[in-house]
Design a protein around this ligand. Sequence first.
Ligand SMILES: [Zn+2]
Length: 162
Amino acid sequence: MSEKIHDRALHLIAQARVEGITEADSTWLRAHLEECEFCTGHVQQTDRALRSLRSASIQLPQGLASRTQFRVRLRAQELREREPGRRALWVACAASWAFGLVSAPYVWGLFQWFGQRTGVPKMVWEVGFGLWWTIPALFAAAVLLMENSRKGEQSDWIDQGN
Ligand SMILES: [Zn+2]
């Protein structure tokens, strides 16, 4: 078999996958492949290469999508942290803690006075004072829990949207 025939076959194999070939060429190629191991091997190699190319090109947008998703998520987080409401929360918490710290001796005195006036055991008004201290913490924890559940909903939305 001459080189030219194989060249023609290889050319047709490539052409068939890019732009298509005529019925006559296709018939000729099929006939040639039936008796030529070399060109049949070339067809298999070409198909394998095309397959891996295709799967590689599928992986690329997937990676791109997750990177885009990551960027969207990062941006959403950035915006959330800049949210005025959130800043106000931290200011309120800080103010609440600061107030608690400054007012502690007075509050302690108040609880003590209340305890002495009502004859409530020392234990009870001490616990009351402790609870007074946990109020800002409870408030902050409640708001953070609310924030977190909202955050969860938002990232669900991002997952679905992209
Ligand atoms: Zn051949």
